[in-house]
Write a protein that binds this ligand. Structure first.
Ligand code: ZN
Length: 117
C-alpha cells in the first residue's frame, strides 16, 4: 500500500506565487529564479540569485525547457525592458546540478536475483 503524504495545509502565510515567463505556469516564489535586466545601454538578462536586486524582475523555472520557451517567445525583452541577451541565464541553468529525484519509495520492487525456482 502506498500512502500519499497528506497535502500540507499549514496556513503559515501564503507563498507568493509568480508566473514563469517560459511556460507561463504559476509557481511558488522559491521554485522560480528571479531575473533582472542589468542597467545600462543594452541591458542583458541577469539571474538575481538572492532575489534582492532592484528593478523589474521576471521569473523563470530553472529548467532548460522553460528557458527555451522564454527565448522563443521573446519573453525576456517583454518582461525586462528590452533585455534579450539571456546568456547568463543559460549558463546559470546549465551549471545547476540536475534536479534531484524525490527520495520516495517509488522504485519498482525487484526480485532479489534472477534465480527462478
Ligand atoms: Zn516554467
Amino acid at each position: 500500500m502506498v500512502e500519499h503524504p497528506v497535502a500540507e495545509r499549514s496556513s503559515r502565510g501564503q507563498q507568493p506565487v509568480r508566473t514563469c515567463i517560459g511556460c507561463r505556469k504559476h509557481g511558488a516564489r522559491n521554485e522560480l529564479i528571479r531575473l533582472v535586466a542589468s542597467g545600462g545601454g543594452s541591458p542583458v538578462v541577469l539571474v538575481d540569485e538572492r532575489r534582492r536586486m532592484a528593478g523589474r524582475g521576471a521569473w523563470l523555472h530553472p529548467s532548460g525547457n522553460c528557458l527555451m520557451l522564454a527565448i522563443k517567445r521573446r519573453a525576456f525583452a517583454r518582461a525586462l525592458a528590452g533585455a534579450s541577451d539571456a546568456a547568463a541565464v543559460e549558463r546559470y541553468i546549465e551549471g545547476m546540478p540536475p534536479a534531484e529525484a524525490p527520495a520516495t519509495a517509488d522504485q519498482p520492487s525487484k526480485p532479489e536475483s534472477g534465480s527462478e525456482n
